[in-house]
Design a protein around this ligand. Structure first.
Ligand SMILES: Cc1cc2nc3c(=O)[nH]c(=O)nc-3n(C[C@H](O)[C@H](O)[C@H](O)COP(=O)(O)O)c2cc1C
Length: 305
């Protein structure tokens, strides 16, 4: 039995990947999560320039539903400062996926070209940034923009490009098709869902930015549905990476059965000892594989279809 997981041309030691954002951009926390046992890590999304992000509170736990709401936004140090962290990550052989965001094609291209000399595993395109030139609509909701960005970046690097899909669209297949036609190497679904919480005593939104994105257990059935729909559309023509509400080994298996080749875990690892969580995940996956006589992760992928 092997947990080695293939995502297109890439092999990682198991199907668990740290999702973008929860552990930031600094090499030490990312390295810690890798040492804790995941197959690879995704950095918080990196942009052109440093951004402070939104006012506090920017993350709020919704413990009763094992979920969280955040408005961290795109706080990051900018790609030039981030180069120091990525240099250490690759020197220490941490399989790293660098998440990048931009307002338009040129911004994405500048960041990619500023980082592409590092032997990272992949670049993940976070398309959740609003495009001010187009009246602030999110790039990830505009299929033509998605196609153009992916096509352009694909012509500028040999490093695999993953596209992370936002669930905040009416037709995710249309956006996914644009990314696939542009030449992306894998699709990641899903990012957080638009959400909000209001304190009934102060009668005000709880987050400093008022509105935010929902993650954690509450969004798992939505993520599973997206992966199921994407697998139905593309079958094994494009690797799918499931994300959203993975809190246990069982959740990982559910995403694999829906059609994912690997998964990303965010909120569940934002705890004091993420290493313990990762161990539980892995032992549950192994137990399930033994009980069901699966020899490899790829045998589980798409099994629910
Ligand atoms: C605090 C926080 C920050 C996040 N930052 C990013 C980010 O910078 N880029 C990105 O693509 N996704 C970001 N995400 C979304 C996660 O990568 C993931 O897609 C989402 O949280 C669903 O997975 P989960 O339910 O396991 O957390 C963030 C999520 C959280 C909770």
């Amino acid at each position: 039995m092997s947990l080695i997981t293939k995502i297109g041309s890439i092999d990682i030691r198991n199907p668990l990947i740290l999702a973008s954002g929860v552990m930031g951009t600094s090499y030490s926390t990312l390295q810690r999560i890798y040492n804790g046992g995941v197959g690879a890590v995704v950095t918080k999304s990196i942009g052109l320039n440093s951004r402070k992000g939104n006012p506090n509170p920017s993350v709020f736990a919704l413990n009763e539903i094992r979920s969280a709401i955040n408005s961290v936004g795109l706080a990051n140090p900018g790609y030039q400062v981030f180069r120091e962290d990525v240099e250490i990550l690759v020197k220490n052989h941490v399989p790293t996926i660098v998440s990048i965001f931009g307002e338009n094609e040129n911004e994405f291209s500048e960041i990619l070209n500023g980082l592409k000399d590092f032997p990272v595993l992949a670049f993940e395109l976070n398309l959740s940034c609003p495009n001010t030139e187009k009246g602030g609509i999110q790039i990830g909701t505009d299929s033509e923009a998605v196609f153009q960005i992916v096509k352009r970046l694909k012509s500028e690097t040999e490093v695999p490009l993953w596209v992370k899909l936002t669930p905040n669209v009416s037709d995710v297949i249309e956006i996914a098709e644009a990314a696939v036609n542009g030449g992306c190497d894998a699709l990641v679904a899903i990012n957080t869902l638009k959400a909000m919480v209001i304190d009934i005593h102060t009668k005000q939104p709880i987050l400093g930015f008022k509105k935010g994105g929902l993650s954690g257990a509450a969004i798992k059935p939505i993520g599973v549905r997206y992966i199921y729909d994407l697998y139905e559309r593309f079958e094994d023509r494009i690797p799918l990476i499931g994300a959203g509400g993975i809190m246990s080994g069982e959740d990982v298996i559910e995403y694999l059965l829906a059609g994912a080749s690997a998964v990303q875990i965010g909120t569940a690892l934002g705890v004091a000892y993420p290493e313990n969580m990762i161990k539980f995940f892995i032992s549950k996956i192994k137990k399930y594989m033994r009980e069901n006589e699966f020899k490899s992760i790829s045998e589980i992928t798409g099994g629910a279809h």
